[in-house]
Design a protein around this ligand. Structure first.
Ligand SMILES: [Zn+2]
Length: 306
């Protein structure tokens, strides 16, 4: 099975200041883990920059122009909100992050890759149509889903990041042929996704702080996976955040590294059934560096069916 890896060195040059958890070392440890011989078969591709047209599928023209017009000086950091800043390397990074997600959709729908992993930063799932939020500027997964939706009838985004993807949920809500499913800690940032029910356009599965492997797997097996199976996606996009790991400093779920392999395999089973195995996975959060590296490796190994 051919799996593509989209990344770009520009994503290492987005810096939000000393001590910020969403730091370049996150991507460095992920890319180092993917240097292991297990990953020799990955087709390695440079993430292109996203077009303005693709950004506009998910974001307002005024917001896109505001972000693209930012031009911080060599040592300048511009704060967009309480958590998200823009430095000199940031704009190319956000364009490569969204562009990598779009290119991965193209690779999978064109058929030269069965699956793709997009190793980029900043993450995207908190960014809303007209504002940055929670380390995110553009909604990489929503943009990818909307690009895909032009070509296929039903696109699902499954988000196992420990935080609810409020941005992806809001951008995709009410759009025909779209399904957004999220498992996340609640209560937790950003405070959305509290209602454990099927809503129009998707499903939220809130998990109490302290939830471990068994209850996480049960929530997928009993609730999220059956709903996804009924939707029968023709392309599956994963918002792959690894901050539900028990070692992560930003939340209190208790997942093991092996749970990320398990959930990936379960999602691939549904993609095999309905989507000819087509999966595009995009890196979101994950802030304990060793756990992030190990969990990403377990996820990509599973995508490769190793
Ligand atoms: Zn997160």
């Amino acid at each position: 099975m051919t799996v593509a890896l989209f990344t770009h060195s520009a994503c290492l040059r987005h810096e939000m200041g000393e001590g910020h958890p969403e730091c370049p070392d996150r991507l460095r440890v992920v890319l180092r883990a993917l240097e292991h011989p297990d990953f020799a078969a990955l087709l390695r591709e440079e993430a292109p920059v996203a077009s303005r047209e693709d950004l506009l599928r998910a974001h307002t023209p005024a917001y896109v122009d505001h972000i693209l017009g930012l031009n911080p000086g060599p040592d300048e950091l511009i704060a967009l909100d309480g958590d998200t800043l823009v430095g000199p390397g940031s704009i190319e990074a956000v364009l490569r992050a969204a562009g990598g997600a779009v290119a991965a959709v193209g690779a999978v729908l064109d058929g030269w890759a069965r699956a793709a992993f997009v190793a980029v930063r900043p993450p995207g799932h908190h960014a809303e149509a007209a504002r940055s939020m929670g380390f995110c500027l553009f909604s990489n997964a929503a943009i990818a889903a909307l690009v895909a939706r032009v070509r296929v009838g039903r696109v699902a985004v499954v988000d196992f990041d420990v935080h609810h993807g409020n941005g992806t949920a809001a951008i995709l809500a009410g759009r025909e042929g779209m399904f957004y499913a999220s498992s996340h800690q609640f209560p937790c940032y950003p405070g959305t996704g509290a209602n454990p029910a099927l809503r129009p356009g998707g499903i939220d599965v809130p998990l109490r702080p302290g939830t471990g492997s068994a209850a996480f797997r049960a929530a997928y097996s009993d609730v999220l996976l059956p709903a996804l199976d009924r939707f029968a996606p023709e392309l599956l996009i994963i918002s792959a955040g690894f901050d539900a790991h028990k070692a992560d400093p930003l939340a209190q779920l208790r997942l093991e590294t092996s749970d990320f392999a398990w959930v990936t395999a379960e999602l691939m089973r549904i993609a095999d059934r309905h989507a000819a195995g087509r999966v595009v996975s995009i890196l979101e959060g994950g802030y304990d560096l060793p756990a992030l590296a190990a969990s990403t490796a377990a996820h990509v190994r599973t995508l490769l069916r190793l």
